[in-house]
Design a protein around this ligand. Structure first.
Ligand SMILES: Cc1cc2nc3c(=O)[nH]c(=O)nc-3n(C[C@H](O)[C@H](O)[C@H](O)COP(=O)(O)OP(=O)(O)OC[C@H]3O[C@@H](n4cnc5c(N)ncnc54)[C@H](O)[C@@H]3O)c2cc1C
Length: 462
């Protein structure tokens, strides 16, 4: 489509801004987290209301153009942007209203977790949220939403009371337990397949705002021993403990002790989502192990803890993930060896235990595909030089093959790039997939919302 053609797209009544390819903000507006993605929408429709979303969607449908939805732009697939279509950009919709008495909020879909957490923390409240402040609340929540507080408060989607949704045919509806409950079910783990959520109503929980949290760092050769210790610790740990272990490269920064700076390390990141004194007692055996090269666990605002993860916007990224059935000794040995040779300073292999509140929610209660796996391994692999893309992508696949023998066959879709339809289908399992495809046929029969981990409508090809 030529620039002259797209420049003619106008939307009477649209109160946001339409960013065409010749607009000064166009290149910034189409940029997503993953620097590998270089897509050029015909128009980026920066919406400021649900009515704007309806208008932008209507424009796309009337012209027969592809649609993508931009929440926070963090999906490693880059599905927030599409070529030659309408990118419905929600980043102008950031209102959040909190009811501190009822402990609920209404949050517009363009917020990111940093903005969301800062607002709720002012009331001493929190919700399980993404482990990075710049990730959008929308894409993460619709994929179910895993975060440090999940063992105590459940996945993000387990705290969804209702959602305001623009449907594929341009209606504005509510999805909740009592209104359109089938849609409500699908939104909790089915991603952006069923409509565009313009606002979420969430339950919130009392937290902090100061919590006992931080990181323990160990030299990479201790990886196996640290993992065994974490595995044994988490077996009996209360739900308040949120924990994950990353194989990565230590920052070259003063807070890292000299021998570890810039070297391969194992980081155990941990939070106690409860009383700090109790937390000190519960975490004592974890912290006593080693001893670690650095113990940075201390009282800190939850919002600061949320900023501790690596964040490399614009880097080249290939990610993959697997839910694991078990971690026998053989798996631990194979896995621990990966700690010694990180792919790049921007990469981390993260292992997060399951259990806690999400595992007690009925498997059928939400669309999300896997609640009971004891481990989720996530290969967050990024690097700076595009010339390394082919070699590094191949290397990540080799690395991820090491633990495949212990995979459940399911995958957490929030954590992967484009790995093909089979992988998306497998994430849900056959029975749930069939239900999701029926739901898709009801709410989006033409597969308008296909720039995502796609659920194809029932009766369509494939
Ligand atoms: C640095 C980093 C850290 C991360 N940490 C976590 C983590 O701790 N836990 C976790 O679960 N995931 C995590 N993720 C993955 C993240 O949840 C997904 O990438 C998610 O899609 C990002 O949401 P977003 O709104 O930024 O996505 P976008 O890229 O904007 O959107 C991705 C897709 O979500 C859908 N979508 C977005 N907004 C809407 C909407 N309002 N209505 C309907 N559909 C919509 C669309 O299909 C869109 O293509 C992380 C990603 C990054 C890059």
């Amino acid at each position: 489509m030529s620039i002259a053609e797209v420049s003619r797209f106008e939307l009477p009544g649209f109160s946001g801004s339409l960013i065409h390819p010749h607009h000064a903000d166009y290149d910034e507006a189409r940029r997503v987290y993953n620097g590998m993605i270089d897509r050029r929408p015909a128009v980026i429709a920066r919406c400021s209301s649900a009515d704007d979303v309806v208008l932008a969607l209507g424009l796309a449908r009337s012209k027969g153009l592809p649609v993508s939805v931009f929440g926070g732009g963090h999906a490693v697939t880059g599905s927030a942007v599409c070529d030659d279509g309408i990118c419905i950009d929600l980043r102008g919709m950031k209102e959040i209203r909190i009811d501190p008495v009822a402990r609920t909020c209404r949050a517009e879909a363009g917020l990111n977790w940093g903005e969301f957490d800062a607002a709720t923390a002012r009331h001493g409240l929190a919700l399980t949220g993404g482990r990075n402040p710049t990730t959008g609340i929308a894409g993460l929540s619709l994929g179910s939403g895993s975060g440090w507080l999940e063992r105590k408060f459940g996945y993000v989607c387990d705290n969804l009371i209702s959602a305001e949704v623009v449907t594929a045919d341009g209606r504005q509806v509510i999805a909740s337990d009592t209104e359109n409950p089938d849609l409500f079910w699908g939104l909790r783990g089915g991603g952006g397949n069923f409509g565009i959520v313009t606002a979420f109503h969430f339950r919130l929980h009392q937290l902090g705002p100061i919590v006992l949290a931080g990181a323990l760092m160990y030299p990479a050769p201790m990886a196996g021993a640290v993992l065994r210790h974490m595995r044994d610790f988490i077996r009996t740990a209360p739900d308040e403990v949120g924990i994950g272990m990353a194989f990565t490269t230590a920052p070259d920064a003063p807070f890292v002790p000299e021998p570890a700076r810039g070297k391969p390390i194992v980081v155990v990141q941990v939070i106690f989502a409860g009383d700090m004194e109790q937390g000190a007692t519960v975490l004592a055996p974890l912290r006593a192990f080693g001893p670690p090269a650095a113990d940075l666990v201390q009282p800190m605002p939850y919002t600061e803890f949320q900023k501790l993860g690596g964040n490399f916007p614009g880097s080249q990224n290939y990610w993959t993930a697997d839910f694991l059935n078990e971690l026998p000794e053989e798996a631990i040995d194979a896995y621990a060896a990966l700690a010694l040779t990180p792919l790049s300073p921007q990469s981390a292999i993260i292992l997060v235990p399951g259990g806690g509140a999400p595992s007690r929610v009925d498997e059928e209660a939400t669309a999300f595909g896997m609640r009971t796996a004891p481990w989720n391994v996530h290969y967050i692999c990024g690097w700076m030089n595009p010339a390394d893309n082919a070699a590094n992508t191949a290397r990540v696949k080799e690395i991820a093959a090491v633990l495949k023998p212990w995979s459940t066959g399911r995958v957490y879709l929030n954590y992967i790039g484009n790995e093909g339809q089979d992988r998306v289908d497998a994430a849900f399992g056959a029975r749930k997939l069939a239900r999701l495809r029926d739901l898709k046929a009801k709410w989006d029969p033409d597969n308008v919302f296909r720039h995502n981990h796609n659920i194809r409508p029932a009766d369509s090809q494939g």
